[in-house]
Design a protein around this ligand. Structure first.
Ligand SMILES: Nc1ncnc2c1ncn2[C@@H]1O[C@H](COP(=O)(O)OP(=O)(O)O)[C@@H](O)[C@H]1O
Ligand SMILES: [Mg+2]
Length: 330
């Protein structure tokens, strides 16, 4: 019905995962799908099974493409890598079907009842040197969602983290999202965006760098990283030690990015009091990440003081939740 208020959905459009957040009474509800796909040989039986299991898929000629969470399981079974519609935070220019692929995953997340919904979706900060990729990415997503019958709004990912996690300081502080493709950072003062940027060194960078040094497959490295890695200064094997080196690089490039962003603004914003910094995203989940971040931050000089460093209560959903908060406020 036209006159019922549009329901709002917060959508984290991440390189590795798409997460949708909705309000369910007083609670938040989340659903996520891997932002990935894999091709299987076509058979009528497979097609029927996928349909009955409500798994997003598409048929093209002799192939079936499976999207989302099941793509990873099939890839593991068949010992192939999943493919991704996005790379480094934006639509992958080497996948001509990237928009259509993302649409399948988004459709699965929106439960096919997108009409009349308002979707507030996250976008990365402009990657320095290729800003036009972001313009294309944002406009393509807007077009896709509009075509699906949704009203749209976009939000910078670092700002989404601030909306999600820094209500208690009236949205004053730094939001950091350490994802797979990128790390996104924003600083806001009383909800006003002061600066934002992204760095290309996220979890994928850690995986591929550690893979090339150790001669392992990136996927194997990722599994070690996600199940057994923690920062404690004693590393039982080579892989763990190499992981720690590239994690440090990831953190240092965030700190360097902050310094550059302050220097790049015309007049250095003077923040009158210490502000909190909140970490989120899949890459900040290994135990000890916060302490390591704090340690590396100690050794740096920045024109801002931090009152505390905290990790989001649920690092994997904060961007989606912040997008929802922003969408509901407008
Ligand atoms: N338990 C974990 N420990 C370490 N890294 C993890 C863990 N879970 C996920 N990751 C990493 O987090 C990254 C994905 O984070 P996410 O916030 O979902 O990314 P994106 O915003 O790119 O979609 C990947 O590099 C993944 O390997
Ligand atoms: Mg993300």
């Amino acid at each position: 019905m036209k006159d019922s208020p549009a329901k709002v959905i917060g959508l984290d459009v991440g390189t590795s995962r798409l997460v949708a957040a909705r309000k369910d009474g007083a609670d938040f509800k989340y659903e996520s799908q891997l932002n990935a796909f894999v091709n299987l040989p076509f058979s009528k039986v497979t097609e029927n099974v996928l349909r009955s299991e409500k798994i997003p898929f598409a048929v093209a000629g002799k192939e079936i493409t499976v999207f989302g969470n099941e793509a990873a399981r099939f890839a593991e079974l068949l010992n192939v890598e999943v493919r991704r519609p996005m790379t480094r935070g934006v639509l992958n220019p080497e996948e001509p079907e990237s928009l259509a692929q993302i649409r399948r995953v988004v459709t699965a997340l929106l439960d096919e009842d997108s009409t009349g919904r308002k979707v507030c979706y996250s976008i990365p900060a402009p990657p320095s040197g290729c800003e036009e990729n972001l313009t294309y990415h944002e406009a393509s997503l807007r077009q896709m969602l509009t075509d699906m019958g949704c009203e749209t709004q976009s939000i910078n990912e670092g700002m989404a983290v601030i909306y999600s996690e820094l209500q208690d300081t009236n949205f004053t502080g730094v939001g950091v999202s350490c994802g797979g493709g990128l790390c996104n950072v924003a600083l806001a003062y009383m909800s006003v965006p002061v600066l934002s940027f992204c760095t290309p060194k996220g979890g994928d960078f850690v995986d591929s760098s550690a893979a090339s040094v150790t001669g392992e497959l990136a996927n194997r490295i990722r599994m070690v990283k996600e199940t057994g890695f923690h920062f404690n200064g004693h590393y039982p094997d080579k892989v763990q030690q190499v992981l720690s080196v590239y994690y440090d690089e990831m953190i240092l490039s965030i700190i360097q990015g902050l310094r550059d962003a302050f220097e790049g603004t015309r007049s250095v914003p003077r923040i009158p009091r210490p502000i909190p910094l909140v970490l989120s995203g899949g890459s900040c989940t290994p135990p000890g990440f916060k302490e390591r971040f704090g340690k590396l931050l100690e050794g740096s000089t920045l024109p801002v003081q931090f009152s505390e460093i905290r990790v989001a209560a649920d690092p994997l959903t904060s961007t989606a939740r912040g997008a929802l908060v922003a969408g509901m406020a407008e």
